[in-house]
Each structure stands twice: as structure tokens, then as C-alpha cells.
Design a protein around this ligand. Structure first.
Ligand code: SF4
Ligand code: SF4
Length: 416
């Protein structure tokens, strides 16, 4: 694609990157066919090729418009378009750069800004998030039914984390690091517990430094990039002593967070103090399925046959991390019969805060996904990301669980 970056944007490494991405698009439109928002709205500007065109025009000097921002806001950043694109166009990175510049010219209305600030102030902080949920649950009887259904119940279990003050030298070897995450640590601590149980059976210590927290994805997607980078630096500082002491990998059980940690190197490439560490951290980050497949023969599975199960592969797993088929292979080896799921490449509509900021599109996508998942009459649904898990659970009576829980249940009982 012919591009021209307007003089006011020139001379930054980021703009050079945007220019290179724009040039890599040959405008073929293959990506449009697999874009969930294009499929629902049928408007070229609500598909990847149209959004790329809008960013190209704006960075080329065309005036910013609220309509352009609206089309970019409707994007789920699901990255299905990247999986489809034959030219390797890095759409998500371009959208991040374009949206940041566009928002400088077109400030959001005060109410939208407030909503985004509240999300950033609450969700990445487990204690605040827990308090907000407690308040939400108290108010549930007084809320309209549609709103009340959106407030998840707090589990009775306490979050799993390493005791504060665990030192690198006291770590039992071999070991891997894990990220407790913000939402997952509050709402589904059983996911971290399942991973810890599996690792223990393989002879590995799981270290979850309490100083690590939100991966930064939520802030990044809400265009608070400095805040996102601060979260990333904090996590790198928390993990670094354990990496230096020989931790073999960083296993991130929420695939949305995993895709973020794998991109720390790119996000902090211009930070002279953290660029190299970020690159090393990103190289160590793995989805647990990638790591466990390498230890498949050592997994003490009980080899029982289990009821039909539908697996929803989150966009962050299949499109961002390009982890394809690994979880399915582990579940099948654990005895689960997987049902066929049509249009498995399509997003469920969760997409971070998308379900809050774009509720109508999100609801439509969820219904499509639930219909596809239930088509094969499974007994339950498995997924790999807390956001998808909660979102899907809000639309079905079938249990929706993290696949790690199901794998942990399929292990032989420990010999006493
Ligand atoms: S992003 Fe890729 S698939 Fe889409 S129009 Fe450009 S080159 Fe074609
Ligand atoms: S990221 Fe997803 S929603 Fe956004 S343009 Fe690409 S396919 Fe469409």
C-alpha cells in the first residue's frame, strides 16, 4: 500500500513502525471475511481493511474524526485478521499506534473518560476488584436483572500465591514462575491451584511472587500506555531474581495475559533500562499447554474416558500466541471427548473490557459462540482465559471452566 506519514507525525520509531506496517498491506481484503465485527455490521470500515485505511488516512494528514474513532473502538483486537492475512500485516500493533494518536486529537466525552478511568483504577488491583465485587453482590437484589447477571459471585476459596518474602536462593529446583493475574486471582483461584497441583506432580515448584500483578494488557487496550509499561516493569522486577536463580519458564494460565507478557520485549524496546530484560522475560513466557506438552509422558493421567466437552480457544491463544491444538491434545490425552465447534476462529465477544464498553456487539458475539459450542451437546465447556470463561458463563447454564482444572482432575490420585 502506498503511504505517506504527515510531517507532524514523522521522526519517531513508532511512526516508522506504523509506516512499515501500512506498506505491508496489499489491500487484498482476505482478512475481512474472518473479522467478527464486519460479519455482524457489514460495513467495510468495521473490518480490518477499512480500519487500516482509516489509520492510513489519518496518519497521512487527514483530519481526525469521531467516526474513525468509533470504527476503531468497535474492533475487538481479536487478531483473527492477522491469522488470515497472507502478507503478515501486524494489524494489532498498527491499531494501537493509530488509536493512541487519534485519541490525542479527539478527546473522549467526559463520561467515557470516567468509565475508562474507573476500569483502570479497579480491575488491575485485586483488593479493589474484590471490594467492588462484594459491593456489587450486596446491591444485586436492587439491580435490574440484566445488570445483576453481570456481577460475578466471589468464590469462597482464597487466592493462591507464594508466601511473601520467598527468596530466590530458597527456591526448590526445578521451578517455574507463574502469574496469578488480577481478575483470575480473585474470581477463579482454582485455576492457579490446578496448575500448581499439576506442576507438583511433575516435581516442579511453582513460584508466584506477590509483587507481580496485572500484566498491563487492560491499560494498554484502554490507551494508558505509560501505566501499562509501569506494570510490565514491576513484573519484570518481581520475576528477575527467580529467573537469575534458574526458573525455567514463566507460565501464564490466562491466555490474554500470556499474549501480553510474550510481547513485553516489543512494548519496552525503547526503554534502555528494561529492553533486554523484557526481551528475556518474553522469551521465557509460555502458555501452560506449550510447556506441559513437553512433559506429556510424565503426566500421571488416570486414562479414564470422560464426557463430551467443547473447547473454546480464546483469540489471545489462537491468534495472538498462535498456540493451536495444544490444549485440545492435552484434554484428549486426559480422556475428554471433544465436540466439533463451528467457526472456532471467531471471538466470543469478551475481549478484555469490550463486553463492558461495547455491550450490544459483545452480547451478539457471545450468543453466536454459545450456539456453536453447544451444537455438539457437550456436558461442559472449557477455555483458557478468565475473561472468556466469565463472559461465556453469563450466557449458558453449562459449566465453563479453565482447561487446567479439567486436566488436574484427570490425574491419578497421589499415593500416600
Ligand atoms: S491486512 Fe492482510 S489480508 Fe487484510 S487487506 Fe491487508 S494484506 Fe490483505
Ligand atoms: S482485530 Fe478482530 S475485530 Fe479487529 S479488525 Fe481484526 S478481525 Fe476485526
Amino acid at each position: 500500500m502506498q503511504t505517506r506519514i504527515a510531517p507532524r507525525f514523522e521522526n519517531t520509531t513508532e511512526m516508522a513502525e506504523a509506516d512499515a506496517i501500512l506498506r505491508s498491506c496489499v489491500h487484498c481484503g482476505f482478512c475481512t471475511a474472518t473479522c467478527p465485527t464486519y460479519q455482524i455490521l457489514g460495513d467495510e470500515l468495521d473490518g480490518p481493511r477499512g480500519r487500516i485505511y482509516l489509520i492510513k488516512e489519518f496518519l497521512g494528514g487527514a483530519p481526525a474524526s469521531r467516526a474513525s474513532l468509533k470504527h476503531l473502538d468497535r474492533c475487538l483486537t481479536c487478531r483473527a485478521c492477522e491469522s488470515t492475512c497472507p502478507s503478515g500485516v501486524r494489524y494489532a500493533r498498527l491499531a494501537e499506534i493509530g488509536r493512541a494518536q487519534l485519541e490525542k486529537d479527539i478527546p473522549r466525552p467526559a463520561l467515557e473518560q470516567l468509565q475508562r478511568s474507573v476500569l483502570r483504577a479497579v480491575i488491575p488491583h485485586p483488593e479493589r476488584f474484590r471490594l467492588a465485587l462484594q459491593l456489587g453482590n450486596l446491591c444485586k437484589p436492587f439491580l435490574p436483572e440484566a445488570l445483576a447477571r453481570k456481577v460475578p459471585e466471589l468464590p469462597r476459596m482464597t487466592p493462591v500465591s507464594a508466601p511473601a518474602g520467598v527468596s530466590a536462593v530458597s527456591v526448590r529446583q526445578p521451578s517455574v514462575l507463574a502469574l496469578a493475574g488480577c481478575v483470575q486471582s480473585v474470581l477463579t483461584p482454582q485455576t492457579g491451584a490446578a496448575l500448581e497441583q499439576i506442576l507438583d506432580r511433575l516435581g516442579y515448584a511453582m513460584i508466584t511472587p506477590p509483587e507481580a500483578g496485572c500484566c498491563g494488557a487492560l491499560s494498554l487496550h484502554l490507551n494508558a500506555r505509560a501505566e501499562a509499561h509501569d506494570y510490565m516493569r514491576r513484573n519484570i522486577d518481581a520475576w528477575w531474581p527467580y529467573i537469575a536463580a534458574g526458573a525455567e519458564a514463566i507460565l501464564v494460565s490466562a491466555s490474554g495475559c500470556g499474549s501480553m507478557v510474550k510481547e513485553y520485549g516489543e512494548a519496552l524496546q525503547d526503554d534502555p533500562d528494561y529492553a533486554e530484560k523484557a526481551r528475556q522475560v518474553a522469551a521465557l513466557a509460555r502458555d501452560p499447554s506449550e510447556w506441559l506438552l513437553e512433559h506429556l509422558e510424565q503426566l500421571p493421567l488416570d486414562h479414564q474416558e470422560r464426557g463430551p466437552l467443547a473447547f473454546h480457544s480464546p483469540c489471545s491463544l489462537q491468534h495472538a500466541q498462535r498456540v493451536l491444538g495444544q490444549v485440545e491434545k492435552l484434554l484428549q490425552r486426559a480422556g475428554y471427548a471433544l465436540t466439533a465447534v463451528a467457526d472456532a476462529h471467531l471471538c466470543c465477544g469478551s475481549a478484555g473490557t469490550y463486553s463492558i464498553l461495547q455491550p450490544e456487539l459483545s452480547r451478539q458475539l457471545r450468543q453466536q459462540k454459545i450456539d456453536a459450542l453447544q451444537q455438539g451437546q457437550p456436558c461442559s465447556i472449557a477455555t483458557a482465559n478468565i475473561g472468556c470463561q466469565l463472559h461465556l458463563q453469563g450466557g449458558t447454564d453449562l459449566p465453563v471452566r479453565h482447561w487446567l482444572e479439567l486436566l488436574a482432575e484427570a490425574m491419578q490420585p497421589e499415593k500416600s
